[in-house]
Design a protein around this ligand. Sequence first.
Ligand code: SF4
Length: 286
Amino acid sequence: MTTATLTLARDGIFPITQSADDEVVMPVSGLSVAGTIQGEGIYAGVPSLFVRLQGCNLRCIWADSKQHAQTCDTAYTSLFPTEAKQVSVEYIYKTLKINRGKINHVVITGGEPLLQSASLLTLVDKLQSDNWLITIETNGTVWNEQVVQIIPKIALLSISPKLPSSTPTIEKLEQLGIEPTEATRRHSSIISDVEPLKNIVRAAHTHDTNYQLKFVVSTPNDESDIHNILGSLPLESEQHVVVMPMGTDAHEMHAAALAATEMAIRNGWRYSPRLHIDIFGNKEGV
Ligand code: SF4
């Protein structure tokens, strides 16, 4: 038994019908079973359970087509942290096991899950010994000894490098009534340092770990910003690149979908739907 702990976001482990301490949980998805589908990227549609870790080193805020500032859809892990809970790795492992059914895929997401890489490595080891396929979703800005050990053990590294359009500018912060903080000021310098991302991509190649570079696109400038990032990476194929339209609801997302589709066609990238928004709307815990 390990004593390692992880800090979960308020939606924690989802969607489940029972926790490891026998609490009965009603899934908010409207489905009658534990589990959901992965909504994005190359595993879109695959039945999955999710573990969301609390905390992020970035403070993404975009502008929609009407120039309205939009925080990320998990701002409760970053800008407005609320209701985090620290639990043991054992508890997460058991809860996933109880709710597994026929599901073989678990997505570990955030926030930025690699900020908790030491305990995350313990969880990954346990899940791997139970033959889970593991996806880790990351913004690609964290690189350390534990990340080196995690990469060979997972099925998919889903990296979402953040573009300059995610910067929490003074105008966007003012629109949302948010005071600038050290974290909002640091955002630009963190996303412009591509060294951690380079190391992550290199390690994925070395260990033959599947990975995707998933970009949320919201402005015409995004295309050249994506090329700038890709140009600095040891990329072997454009097929690792996935673009998705920005939008926290179906209406906003569909408005951005054509531009994202054109971008994908022009560059030989993959377009990703965001199935969970289509199916469940902008609901938490699905
Ligand atoms: S990196 Fe992800 S979780 Fe963190 S602020 Fe940006 S979109 Fe939100």
